[in-house]
Design a protein around this ligand. Structure first.
Ligand code: C5P
Length: 399
């Protein structure tokens, strides 16, 4: 936890049972050398007393806009400027909703709105509240606003029900902050180009050839690289994901459009990561009008080969540029990946095997082996965010 030393952290506490765990979190942060200012909501004080929190943090706990007897104003603006990071743990459904919509009726929300530093939230609530579309929507809004969600765990809840909504353990939250400060800015000044998602190749105005890629791996890489200080351009095929915070996202549809956007960005790029699942073929002809159903049979749809974006950039690559590809293989995995590494003139290829449970398309997890001409490093099954951090660590080593 050495990266926390001397860091200014605002610990926001809202009114949930998990507030008892915030005491442990506070203790861990202080022990690691961080300066912690606790900001608690009025409801939070029903669960844990400010006396405990101020004794452990060595600072008066902030909760009200004014100190009642002196009239002293607590400046959320100053607090927002002071902080290197803000973490809200527990973040209740109500606090998440207020954050997402700017309902600034307590000191925690005004401080959030004034914070210039990265903000982390550790949601904690009952499973039905967690699964409610309102909560899902608010979390997506916060994520799009650049807030990092520390995913709640699945397990026994205060209601004695079992499900998703347990606040992540204090040790894990402290570790997230530690690695944020540790990794912070090790990619500063690097220009990174990432492709993600599928491509859609139009047949007629309503039909296309596509694939099941969700784009999650590429988006995780983009968000992670941006958080580490890189200047990121994400060229994305059609996905349902929001633009990652702090990333220049260019939305395209077809492989040809994706190539065009990549060629524009590539010369000014230090690292290019090809995580898109580009369609191999596109229809030779595009029908201007919807192909009618009345035909007894449709003549064959003739397909032509799409450009290989990775190989095109590989051929253009100059010294000092690092090109990374992905390989999704079913058999002879490493040999096939190495063949692609050479053929496309890549410096590194990330292999994922569809045979591995939890790896590949659509999932939130992945299991990869990072292959370079001289090495192969196998990682365990992890969240796509954690996989992204591993891949970037390998890239940094190679730069
Ligand atoms: O040849 P294969 O499709 O297995 O290669 C996968 C790698 O090449 C991935 O990095 C993918 O993004 C990239 N690729 C590409 N353009 C294509 C096909 C694949 O950039 N047309």
């Amino acid at each position: 936890m050495s990266n926390l030393k001397g860091k200014h952290i605002i610990l926001g506490i809202s009114g949930g049972i998990a507030a008892y765990k915030s005491v442990v979190l506070l203790r861990l942060l202080v022990k690691a050398g961080a300066e912690v200012q606790v900001v608690i909501t009025p409801n939070g004080k029903e669960f844990i007393t400010p006396v405990t929190l101020s004794a452990l943090s060595g600072k008066p706990v902030v909760s009200e806009f004014f100190t009642a007897n002196t009239g002293e104003w607590h400046s959320h603006v100053d607090l927002g400027l002071w902080a290197d990071a803000m973490v809200i743990a527990p973040a209740t459904a109500s606090t998440l909703a207020k954050m997402a919509t700017g309902v600034a009726d307590n000191m925690l929300i005004t401080t959030y709105l004034s914070a210039k530093a990265p903000v982390f939230v550790a949601p904690a609530m009952d499973l039905d509240m967690m699964a409610h579309p309102t909560t899902t929507r608010n979390l997506a809004t916060l994520q799009a606003d650049g807030v990092t969600i520390i995913e709640p765990a699945t397990g026994e809840l205060a209601s004695h029900l079992v499900g998703r909504g347990r606040m992540e353990e204090p040790e894990k939250i402290a570790a997230v902050l530690d690695s944020f400060f540790g990794r912070n800015h090790d990619m500063a000044g690097r220009k990174v180009l990432i492709t993600a998602g599928p491509t859609y190749e139009r047949i007629d105005p309503v039909r296309f050839i596509g694939n099941f890629s969700s784009g999650k791996m590429g988006y995780a890489l983009a968000a992670c690289a941006a958080a580490r200080g890189a200047e990121v351009t994400l060229v994305s095929g059609p996905t349902e994901l929001p633009d990652p915070p702090g990333v220049n996202t260019v939305r395209v549809e077809s492989a040809r459009q994706m190539l065009e956007a990549c060629e524009k960005a590539f010369d000014n790029t230090d690292v290019a990561i090809m995580a898109a699942a580009v369609a191999d073929y596109a229809p030779r002809h595009y029908a201007d009008h919807k192909i009618k159903r009345e035909h007894d049979a449709v003549e064959a749809i003739e397909l032509v080969k799409n450009p290989d974006i990775a190989a095109t950039l590989g051929a253009r690559k100059r010294d000092g540029q690092l090109l990374v590809g992905f390989a999704l293989e079913t058999d002879n995995a490493e040999a096939n990946a190495r063949e692609k590494l050479v053929r496309k003139n890549l410096d590194m290829i990330v292999l994922n095997s569809l045979a591995d449970k939890g790896a590949g398309f659509g999932t939130d997890t992945n299991k990869v082996t990072v292959i370079t001409p001289e090495s192969a490093t196998a990682f365990s099954l992890k969240s796509k965010n954690a996989v992204a951090a591993d891949i970037l660590d390998c890239i940094i080593k190679k730069l």
